[in-house]
Design a protein around this ligand. Structure first.
Ligand code: ADP
Ligand code: MG
Length: 290
């Protein structure tokens, strides 16, 4: 339980006051580029239901964006079971719980994934932390994330499963929402619930949510699945989500996860790798951010 949540107005923990020069190189803003580059866009990745492949997708998308030359921070808000550090076999020195407890600044808590070329801010496995946070703490996390985002081109938030108020609030504080769903009816129902809550939280102020259909039998099947979700959203919410891409079901994904490795390194030309790279291109073309 978090008792003494720092407030957004407090300006951050003392740890964040450390001069930039003492920060690890990977988290230090790139001098001239940071000065002229627009602030990183924060993209929340949600699914409602667990087990759709969201964490794997968030990792692989981070890798694809890094390979495209972008500075990426992957924020692991999935405090459930198979989270980012476990999928990648990492032992992060810091995690979000430490950040919230004020023991380390959010910027300094991010660890580089050397092979992937992106940074990771770990959650904490099994802690259920995110769902127990109050609104002030979530807002403080969002504000800290915006500050840390100055050193990156894009920040991806793996929100984890569930639709509790803190998860919703974190999603609503992001610049864009990306919903991952599969063709399973329970996943589609949950994806619809995410769209509905996001519409209630953000109204028309947010860009239209983007959808990725994962584990599709093929592209056409994925597009049909998306059409079902889109119809429901249009009919009942009056909002039209857009399809960012379809990722095909591919046994190489399971193999990469089992070996705690990155799919784009291990099986760079498999179907799912190709699909995630296409999603990354669509995202960079403004697909999720416009
Ligand atoms: N495109 C895919 N093809 C085949 N299996 C997949 C694919 N995407 C995800 N999976 C499988 O789904 C499982 C759940 O993935 P995970 O990233 O932990 O989901 P979530 O974060 O949504 O709970 C993993 O075991 C993974 O192997
Ligand atoms: Mg997950």
């Amino acid at each position: 339980m978090i008792r003494h949540a720092p407030s957004a107005a407090s300006g951050g923990h003392p740890a964040e006051a450390r001069p930039a020069s003492t920060r690890p190189a990977s988290t230090r803003p790139a001098s001239t580029r940071a000065a002229v580059a627009p602030p990183a866009r924060i993209v929340a990745i949600a699914s409602g239901k667990g087990g759709v492949g969201k964490t794997w997708f968030a990792i692989t998308l981070s890798h694809a964006l890094a390979r495209a030359g972008r500075r990426v921070l992957l924020f692991d808000g999935d405090f459930g079971l198979a989270n980012v550090d476990i999928q990648l076999g990492l032992t992060p020195p810091h995690d979000l719980a430490k950040v919230i407890a004020g023991r380390v600044g959010l910027r300094d808590a991010a660890m580089p994934h050397a092979e992937g070329g992106f940074a990771i801010l770990a959650g904490r496995s099994g802690s259920g932390l995110l769902s127990s946070l109050d609104a002030a703490t979530v807002d403080w996390i969002t504000a800290s994330l915006r500050e840390a985002a100055a050193g990156y081109d894009i920040v991806l938030l793996d929100l984890g499963a569930g639709l509790e108020p803190p998860v919703r609030r974190l999603a609503a504080g992001a610049d864009a929402l990306l919903v991952v769903a599969t063709e399973e009816p329970t996943s589609l129902t949950d994806a619809y619930a995410v769209l509905k809550l996001h519409a209630a939280d953000r109204g028309d102020t947010a860009p239209a949510p983007r959808v990725v259909i994962n584990q599709a039998a093929n592209r056409a099947a994925g597009e049909r699945t998306f059409a079902t979700l889109q119809r429901a959203s249009e009919t009942f919410l009056g909002r039209t989500p857009r399809l960012l891409g379809v990722v095909r079901r591919d046994d190489h994904v399971r193999d990469a996860i089992r070996r705690q490795s990155l799919l784009l390194t291990r099986h760079p030309s498999c179907a799912a790798a190709e699909d995630v790279e296409q999603v990354a291109r669509a995202l960079l073309a403004g697909g999720a951010l416009a």
